[in-house]
Design a protein around this ligand. Structure first.
Ligand SMILES: [Zn+2]
Length: 350
């Protein structure tokens, strides 16, 4: 039962992790055992690999990577009612304390006690099986593939961002960044009713993928085009109703209000490792609303429903797939940040 283990910064191995087999020997009454099928490689997994930490979370002991997953239920706890062996599922990777104040207030994603896969010291799921609560495990319809289902986790970030933005039909949006999170945000903004979404990046291939997703997406390469000019030109000088920041770049954040229309909303999605400054004066004269998001809450069923109905298609974002035996190599490729790739996934042996 080999797992993909981040031993320490820059050091990955495929090996047995006996302590996790022991810890998951018994199934709680509300838990299910899942055979993993597909796991997406997330920017956070790669960052732990190359930097050993993200903000306050530091890899101090060997940790199994991976948190974007789909699989098949192989065993259910005594009190599980909604799932049975053989069900295909995707899993929400953060488990909050059910009795915490944040959870009781409906904001379980910002529960300080949340245990999230592959966030130190919690192990991730690049391993053959895992045990997970029924409440955070979602059944897939036959029309949603394992590969698409492993995209539900990043898609949930985009759906949560669009929800926080309070998109109205016909809104004009800007998404800064055409990585996986930028593109799922653009798709979520369109699904929520945006008339047009401008997606920026510096990698032409990523922008080509962005433009291929919908006629309503306009790619903007910021190395050759001025985003503010493009948006102002197309909106009679008014600006965009919504601006989503999905680059995590302090430079992008510093200019976040420039393309924004009066009364518009900015949503900060990209993680910023250090404090950043933004133009409070530009925000003031627009009476800009600023929202911040941290992961997501209560959106996995919506994501599955949109994939099932075709309201959102994430398949074009999956640009490369690796076998589990090849997963150390997969991370080396991901760490090199190939400009033509959006989402890479790893498929486990079945
Ligand atoms: Zn992720």
């Amino acid at each position: 039962m080999k797992s993909l283990v981040l031993e320490r910064k820059d050091d990955l191995s495929l090996r047995d992790v006996p302590e996790i087999d022991r810890a998951e020997q018994d199934l709680g009454p509300h838990d299910v055992r899942i055979k993993l099928h597909t796991v997406g490689i997330c920017g956070s997994d790669v960052h732990y690999y190359t930097h050993g930490k993200i903000g306050p979370f530091e890899v101090k002991a060997p940790m199994i990577l991976g948190h974007e997953a789909s699989g098949t239920v192989i065993e259910t706890g005594a009190d599980v009612t909604t799932l049975k062996p053989g069900d295909r599922v995707c899993m929400e990777p953060g488990i909050p304390d059910p009795n915490s104040k944040a959870t009781r207030m409906g904001m379980y994603n910002i529960d300080p006690a949340v245990r999230f896969w592959a966030t130190p010291p919690v192990h991730g799921i690049l391993r053959p099986t895992c045990v997970h609560p029924e409440a955070f495990t979602f059944k897939l319809p036959d029309t949603v593939s394992f590969a698409e289902a492993a995209m539900v986790e990043p898609l949930a970030v985009g759906v949560h961002a669009a929800t926080k933005a309070r998109v109205r039909p016909g809104d004009i949006a800007v998404v800064l960044g055409a990585g996986p999170i930028g593109l799922v945000t653009a798709l979520s903004a369109l699904a929520a009713g945006c008339a047009r979404v401008y997606v920026t990046d510096i990698a032409e291939k990523k922008l080509e993928i962005a433009g291929s997703l919908s006629r309503a997406i306009t790619p903007v390469n910021v190395t050759s085009e001025n985003l503010v000019e493009v948006v102002k030109r197309d909106t009679d000088g008014w600006g965009a109703d919504l601006v989503f920041e999905a680059t995590g770049s302090p430079r992008a954040a510093a200019q976040i209000f420039e393309p924004l229309a009066p009364g518009g909303c900015v949503v900060m999605i990209g993680g910023q490792p250090d404090p950043i400054s933004y133009d409070a004066g530009a925000a003031m004269v627009r009476e800009a609303r600023v929202e911040n998001i941290f992961r997501y809450a209560h959106v996995f069923p919506r994501c599955v429903a949109m994939l099932a109905s075709g309201a959102i298609d994430v398949k074009p974002l999956i640009t490369r797939t690796f076998e589990f035996d090849d997963s150390v190599h997969a991370f080396e490729v991901a760490a090199s940040a190939p400009p033509a790739d959006v989402k890479m996934q790893i498929v486990l042996p079945q």
